[in-house]
Ligand binder design. Structure first.
Ligand code: NAP
Length: 307
């Protein structure tokens, strides 16, 4: 008979890794499946300065690595593969991966979110040739060059600050005057000599010279004026989209594709839980994702006991 895990965790970001730690400590026979790098979005974050207990200055990859090692220490198994489809309706949940079919009594969905694109002309074509969504991955290419960052949330401001270590100048292009980002980050950016702001402005087009990005066409939303903005690299940080396509039609979600749960991280399906950025929630931080993962794992344990 095929092996049936107590729980299968889909996704190895902070939510999945924390669920793995709690499930492991609860002695559940647990498998975590991740297709990319452990840590999810945190693995592409330069510095994490708001996770309690973590050393000041800890990098995203360092924190991710610590989380994975801690989860591993309590017996969770890890598998690097891609999930192709799921069938979560029955008592035994089926997860079809590139490495074969896996069965579990419960599933914790912690697949997180992926950077949102804007859709300006040239955005897609110049991806990897001047247009980027990950500062820690690509900042180095723009050493001593001029960089633009699009967005006004925590990600945009935090990554713009990081990019000042590389670029000769970093311009934050934001569509209005007010920022969604925490005030302390905005203050830090305003105090940074390398950072300039281009507000009430949207990007309409990215164009190239010699196969790489050379500038942007930007439009002032108040005056309608369109102008050229010479830049060597543009980093887009305008939020994230949930990675939930695999679960559509099975698990209840809102119009954005975020999975609905109750306070116990239970979805509409018995034995199926969701945790972290994939969930319909208001705050998306490492600590809230990790907390969700812990709750989901304990709820799994309870569900299995009752079954
Ligand atoms: P976010 O908070 O949703 O902010 C997205 C930003 O992009 C907003 O300023 C938004 O402008 C702008 N935007 C959205 N669509 C746009 C478009 N089509 N064109 C131009 N601009 C557009 O996203 P985030 O900064 O990625 O943060 C996501 C979550 O992670 C948040 O909960 C955040 O707190 C969290 N986070 C926290 C930290 C930290 O605590 N240090 C770091 C990173 C992320 P408007 O404001 O005008 O809507």
């Amino acid at each position: 008979m095929a092996h049936i895990y107590d729980t299968i965790i889909l996704g190895g970001g902070p939510a999945g890794l924390s669920a793995a730690l709690y499930a492991g400590r609860g002695k559940l026979d647990t498998l975590l499946i991740e297709k990319g790098s452990y840590g999810g979005q945190v693995a592409t974050t330069y510095e994490v300065d708001n996770y309690p207990g973590a050393d000041i200055g800890i990098t995203g990859p360092e924190l991710s690595d610590k989380m994975r090692k801690q989860a591993e220490a309590f017996g969770t198994k890890f598998m690097k593969t891609e999930v192709l489809s799921v069938d979560l309706s029955g008592k035994v949940k089926k997860v079809v991966t590139k490495a074969g079919e896996i069965e579990g009594k419960t599933v914790i969905i912690a697949t997180g979110a992926t950077p949102r694109t804007i859709g300006f002309k040239g955005e897609d074509d110049l991806r990897g040739r001047g247009v980027s969504y990950c500062a820690t991955c690509d900042a180095d290419f723009f050493t001593d060059l001029e960089i633009a960052v699009i967005g006004g949330g925590d990600s945009a401001i935090q990554e713009a600050l990081y990019l000042t270590k590389f670029g000769s100048k970093v311009t934050i292009i934001h569509r209005r005057q007010g920022f969604r980002a925490a005030q302390y980050l905005v203050d830090k950016a305003r105090a940074n000599e390398k950072i300039e702001f281009l507000l009430d402005t949207v990007v309409e087009e990215a164009y190239e010279a010699g196969g790489v990005l050379s500038g942007l066409k930007v439009r002032n939303v108040l005056t309608g004026e369109v102008s050229d903005f010479k830049v060597d690299g543009v980093f887009v940080f305008v939020g994230y989209e949930p990675i939930s396509a695999l679960f559509k039609g099975q698990v209840d979600m809102n119009t954005f594709g975020e999975i609905r749960t109750d306070a116990y991280m239970r979805t509409n399906l018995p034995g199926v839980f969701a945790a972290g950025d994939i969930r319909e929630t208001t705050i998306r931080q490492v600590i809230t994702a990790a907390a969700d993962g812990a709750v989901a794992a304990v709820s799994c344990e309870k569900y299995l006991e009752e079954e």
